[in-house]
Design a binder for this molecule. Structure first.
Ligand code: G1P
Length: 271
């Protein structure tokens, strides 16, 4: 059973400055819901009710968002606007939120390690909220939980990207493939086109076994001087303990302006 989902949400979101000067990038809305709201819904659909959020300075809006606003509730009660709060109320009523701060930006691996006190010694999911995933049928995390329940090892969501873009992602090297499930032999963070072992990129959905914390504690900083989750997963992969999952659905890179606009148009046309 995967019971907890970790949301690393401490990054600056510099690509969206000046908006992200005082607004966490995870709070940028796609139509009416902030990015993190979509991530939490995806985790809930996967049966998860415990949301662990790694925040940083200037990110209080995240905590406020998942808390009750008495004043607003009072003002809006009984009015025609009340249904607009239905979805967030459902989240507030069904989930537990825990928070911890990453004090210094030392990379995604460090952010995940900072979440350890919120997770403990159990396998857990990770959602990077700026990768927005949609699917008409089961959501991407729900699909991955099924893979985890069967194989009981770390699982990463992967998709093919153009070779010119491998430098933006963790890239995997497969040892074998069975349908949508790939046994991973090795992986590398942000390789150049020439050094990429494939064009299969890891996107922001992970299921991690808890030994990942011990690995993160002993590995050294990698690309960009940051502690990389890909480097920690590489160690599990070398031991044959990581599966790649080619998910059903669409992923929008909402960390880029172009992806954000595409996601907005997609959601608008769908609504
Ligand atoms: C992070 C990971 C990378 C992964 C990507 C998915 O990179 O380090 O391995 O492919 O997320 O979005 P970032 O986008 O934070 O540079």
């Amino acid at each position: 059973m995967i019971k907890k989902c970790l949301f690393p949400a401490a990054g600056y979101g510099t690509r969206f400055l000046p908006a992200t000067k005082s607004l966490p990038k995870e709070m940028l809305p796609i139509i009416t819901k902030p990015l993190i709201h979509y991530g939490v819904e995806e985790a809930m659909e996967a049966g998860i009710r415990n949301m662990a959020i790694v925040t940083g300075r200037g990110k209080r809006a995240l905590e406020d968002y998942f808390d009750i606003s008495y004043e607003l509730e009072h003002q809006i009660k009984g009015s025609s606007k009340e249904p607009l709060l239905k979805e967030i109320r459902h989240i507030q009523n069904s989930c537990i939120f825990t928070y911890i701060r990453q004090k210094e930006m030392r990379g995604l691996g460090d952010a995940i390690l900072k979440g350890e006190p919120l997770i403990g010694a159990e396998a857990f999911a990770v959602i990077l909220a700026d990768d927005l995933c949609v699917n008409d049928d089961d959501g991407v995390l729900k699909q991955m939980v099924k893979v985890y329940n069967k194989h009981k090892c770390s699982v990463v969501a992967v998709m093919e990207v153009p070779y010119e873009e491998t430098h933006k992602y963790g890239i995997i090297k497969a040892s074998s493939q069975n349908g949508n499930i790939i046994k991973i032999a090795d992986m590398v963070e942000k390789p150049s086109n020439e050094n990429a072992p494939s064009n299969l990129a890891i996107i922001g959905r992970y299921i991690l076994t808890p030994d990942i914390f011990d690995i993160l504690r002993f590995i050294k900083a990698g690309v960009n001087g940051e502690l990389q989750i890909t480097d920690a997963l590489k160690i599990q992969a070398n031991e044959g303990r990581v599966l790649g999952y080619k998910f059903d659905g669409i992923r929008f890179d909402c960390g880029s302006i172009e992806g954000f606009v595409k996601a907005t148009n997609y959601m608008y046309n769908k609504s």
